[in-house]
Design a protein around this ligand. Sequence first.
Ligand code: 13P
Length: 342
Amino acid sequence: TSTPSTTPASTLSGTAQALVAPGKGILAADESLPTMVKRLARIGVESTEDTRRSYRELLFTTPGLADTVSGVILFDETMRQRSSTGAFLPEILAGAGILPGIKVDAGTVPLAGAPGELVTQGLDGLRERFAEYAALGARFAKWRAVLRVGPLLPSSACVEANAHALARYAALAQDAGLVPIVEPEVLMDGSHGTERCAEVTRQVLRQVYAELARQHVDLASTLLKPSMVLPGTTSPEAEQVSDDEVAARTIAVLRDTVPASVPGVVFLSGGQSPQQATARLDALNRLGVHQPWQLSFSFGRALQAPVLDAWRGEPENVAPAQAVLAERARLTGAARRGCYER
Ligand code: 13P
């Protein structure tokens, strides 16, 4: 019998591998409407359907973006939006050889019975929404769970509820023919040390992979989007921790918890500066050459913050802002290969 001939990105696992192809990673541009209000207010721009379209069109038409960006995560509005030239924004990406993805969670709400903790919602009707997104051209998806660290947080109730939802989402994504990015974010906020972050991240990832197995998710057709193992932002350690230590701690936790069949780990930037996130991704790749998974990125703020600063909503700043994105993408791509020049 002959095996069917398939190009890498024509199967789900092929799509997952294409997203973490050598030197490449993901641009997260899936900010919700309230988050876009905040991002644009920082540069003095009102968030309207039109300003959001102009900004995202700037990002997606950046010359050379596909050299380092394999996929872009979109928000629902962007998935259906037309550019100034009349083409749908996801088509512009696909035309440039970049895979369009979609954020499908509906954000976080307080978890009942667990004071101070959050659970991600959005499972109701998700099968139907996936069918629509697949028809609109989405090839992969993202769902973000958020875990707060404290002396007694996260609770096991919070970890279990979020892991369960992530697995339910991942199984539905694969049913619809999309690669699920599984994102359990352990927040940096707080005064905890690196050791506590490592402990919580390990607990969360163990639970997430137990749930994914229970719900028959094909791990070869998933990507993990974790936070790095870091001291809390107000911890005394925050000023001192080296990039190599962050990398070593992060790899140790991943080796304990992430099965080898997962093709790639795409880190979020989570409020680190672009320079910090890039330097730590570089350290991870210099340490991680013999790991079973690709170590890549799915950065939002670390790729976009300098671009917003350069743009400021002015049409004459589009080309300079695109040059800033191209340079940040080039540096991030270098870090993804472990050859970032500081
Ligand atoms: P940051 O890199 O800004 O954390 O954004 C990534 C993301 O998609 C968070 O859900």
